[in-house]
Design a binder for this molecule. Sequence first.
Ligand code: BGC
Length: 721
Amino acid sequence: MEWEIREERFKEERIPALGNRFLVGNGYLGVRGTLEEYTKTQLAAVNLAGIFDQVGDGWREPLNAPNGFYTWLKVDGIIYRLPGEEPEEHCMELDYRHGIFSRKTVWKTERGMITLKTERFASLDQVHLCCMRYCVSADFHGEIEIFTGIDGDVWDIHGPHYGRFEIEFPDRGSRMTAVTHGEDQSVTVLERFRTDFPCEIRERSFDKKAGHQIAFVSDGCSRYTLEKAVVVFTSRDEQWDMLRGEMILRQFERLGYEGLKQMQIQCWENLWKYSEVRIEGDEEAMASLNYSIYHLLSIAPREGKSLSIPARGLSGQTYKGAVFWDTEMFMLDFFLFTDPPAARKLVKYRIDTLEGALQKAESYGWKGAFYAWESQEGGRDACTDYNVTDVFTGRPVRTYFRDKQVHISAAAAYGILRYVELTGDDSVLEEGGLRAVTECARFYDSLLLKYLDRDEYEIHDVIGPDEYHERVNNNGYTNRMAKYVLESAADLLERYPYLAQKLPYDAGTLTERFRDGAVHLKLPVPDEEGILEQFDGYGKLEDASLDEVRGRLLHEKEYWGGANGVASHTKIIKQADVVTWLSLFPEDYSRDIQKKNWEYYEPRTEHGSSLSSCMYAMLACRCGMAEKAYPFFLKSAKADLTDGGKEWAGLVYIGGTHPAAEGGAYMTAVEGFGGLRFGKNGPEVKPCLPKGWESLQFYVCWHGERYLIKIEKEKWEIGKV
Ligand code: BGC
């Protein structure tokens, strides 16, 4: 398999999409797949994990660091850059086996041809470091200038965040510290370069940019190489200062670009050893799936406290850099199966942010932990009450994601419980995990409603995964997850009495309440056709087809949900909802019921969220419908490889990478097609491979052991490694 994606020729309109597709990252930062000469206009960005700022009433969003890759080329006073000077040849590549981005561009100048080849990576070994190589060759004698430096005029959606810049020029490099005027956060970028040719070097700073002008005369046959290291640290990083930055730069001086690149290759090879999924017989599936895995590996936090993965990874400020249920329900399994310490970090994020969840619950008058729908550091909810802008009036629309999407707490609890179940490492429970799960159960307990004349509890006024129908009663998915949390919390309190004792509650009373809640909580039951009603009254909504509903749109960016949305009063749903429930709890209903619900809901699903397809794929596999699952699987695996994903919700830009779809594709491959389950003695499989797949092979961790699983059509092997 080729571990490369390539884009030939330059098309200006593809710049935003390629910025996502060719991203390199290391969990600390993500460098968009943009060219060295790009500025904020082309959405160039070095997006940072876990550091946020708010300007005025704008949305609070993560910071983009000053761009230390900023470099351009000048011949005879003309800057050769894209977009701008039409190239003779242009190509971009991403070696996603090793996280290395490269480009080649050839321009025809008045004097002759000039070729630019660059390469860069975000170091996995040292996450504060990025490296770049910039090679110029010209088939003419002439004066050439390169400008290389740091661009502080960054792309912001709700900015500008930086109000103050400090610039210095140490030997062969620049330093820029940018300070935000909103929350006084600072980001420092150090760059150091080296050249292998005689040149004149001059410092320059202009328009929030600082760097060096490197002038030389080309001899018509040589290659002129500039190597550069970029170090980034922020006011959120503990024990970081210039001195530490300088030490990393010295490593670059010692090893050079090539030495550091070899380390990068080694680090990625180590990661792939147990992450790669092999599929014989279907190159496209294998390549797309491993490309998806590449993204997950590039954005997983490795250093730093209390970090998780934002919904758009590290591809920019979209979705406010916030963590959603996407992490636990769609991405966590990949890390649990391949790298449990990374999974532990994700789970710890929810434990560390419990305080924010307790405060949120209290602010709404509930008990326990109501986790943030869009979680930023400390568990603060970045979701606003007006999260969509109406395309017709330009006015903010009241949305209820923040206050009514209560299933988020179940996702937080699910992550912790699943981690303990699959790793056997219950130390997280001691480190606050038991408290967090208990608080989630207290939250659901406080949401329960009871009619005096009925023996059932209900949960009203929520939004399930299908966000187009707001403020509904008894959403099946939400109630099922609440039941699971109540049951699991009761089990934990009984299994860990010494931890339960430390809680500020009477464990016995809580256990009883939780059990009672779990037993009596209303869940939809299949109707005579076997269909589970997504929420009370769903069955009475207009049964218009997807095309009909789409045809009613008055504007292509119009929001489908909310008070006036085209889908709200119809049965058209945004994403898998009942199907998510059934794919998580297949034991709840027979295969026949699962299948009926799949067939009922699929044509009524817009798949307006990239989280939808994989859940349909998973359930189709569970129903033995591998061929039906396959296109949904491929769509999920190619979420960032194909054009056409939704980029707008009303007037809000939501473009970026789609890690939940990527994690979902992985889940479908190993748990869907592979049929992976965990029994008392470890992993088991019940495969259901699609037609073209001759074999499927992957590693999986369970209770401290690693297993290699090889599946062929009719047989399989599971061996401890
Ligand atoms: C989906 C949510 C998801 C969010 C972030 C929304 O469009 O409806 O389920 O959590 O995007 O990916």
